[in-house]
Design a protein around this ligand. Structure first.
Ligand code: CTP
Ligand code: MG
Length: 234
């Protein structure tokens, strides 16, 4: 698959319930730009994408299109904006439905992971090309993890060395991912679970702490301090 054509689906249609802002999460501003703009500027830092699909809240398509066009600059011809659904899985499906012919590798990325370095996209693409399977970025788990019984009492300590906390972008060969989504029944929380449910292999590459997901108001403060530091250091 060397040199195969890449599309990146950026899912940004969530409401951001845990963030609790007045706007959908992707349109919340941090450091003078929306979360979606921060995310897309990392996506366009990569040279490799033939198509970028932005999956936006259905009632904010014009806003999303305007922001995406501004960030894309000369690459704006490669951007497709579509409306998302009620669940993340439905939003990804909406993105998959508009893939251009010729795309061979698909990356699915959370807009809420707004500071994901371009190198993480490159590493996932390279690993999809090398393995022909699904690839996810993962971080070692720092905390001790306990499994509880149904009463909430501690049952056992889970072996942390066998766990990873999973991020995005997650990368897949197009045909495998389309087939997996076409036959997926339940509501999965990530794309690798849909892919694996179809019996297809998934491997892990190193994630990056900067690819954290802006989820709560605390994460927004963390985002502000990251932006403040990068402004200070130029
Ligand atoms: N997402 C989406 N469509 C949905 C739900 C989520 O496109 N129906 C996207 C979000 O925009 C986000 C990513 O999936 O970029 C990860 O979801 P999450 O962080 O859970 O975002 P929200 O669902 O918006 O937040 P919350 O669960 O707190 O409501
Ligand atoms: Mg959610």
């Amino acid at each position: 698959m060397t040199g195969s054509t890449v599309a990146i689906i950026v899912v940004a249609a969530g409401s951001g319930t845990r963030l609790g802002a007045a706007e959908p999460k992707a349109l919340v501003t941090v450091g003078g730009q929306t979360i979606l703009e921060h995310a897309l500027s990392r996506v366009f830092d990569m040279t490799d994408a033939a198509q970028v699909v932005v999956v936006a809240p259905a009632n904010r398509l014009d806003d999303a299109r305007a922001l995406a066009t501004r960030v894309a600059g000369a690459a704006t011809d490669h951007v497709t904006v579509v409306a998302g659904g009620d669940t993340r899985q439905q939003s990804v499906s909406a993105g998959l439905a508009v893939l251009e012919p010729g795309v061979e590798v698909v990356l699915v990325h959370d807009s809420a992971r707004a500071f994901t370095p371009a190198a993480q996209f490159e590493a996932v693409i390279a690993a999809v090309r090398a393995t022909g399977g699904g690839v996810i970025p993962g971080l070692a788990v720092a905390d001790t993890i306990k499994q509880l019984d149904w009463t909430g009492a501690v049952e056992r300590t889970v072996d942390r060395s066998q766990l990873v906390a999973v991020q995005t972008p997650q990368g897949f060969p197009r045909d495998g991912l389309l087939g997996a989504y076409a036959s997926a029944a339940e509501d999965y929380t990530d794309d690798a679970a849909v892919f694996a449910a179809a019996g297809l292999p998934v491997t892990v590459v190193d994630g990056d702490p900067l690819a954290f997901k802006i989820t709560t108001p605390w994460d927004l403060r963390r985002a502000e301090s990251i932006l403040g530091e990068s402004a200070a250091t130029g």
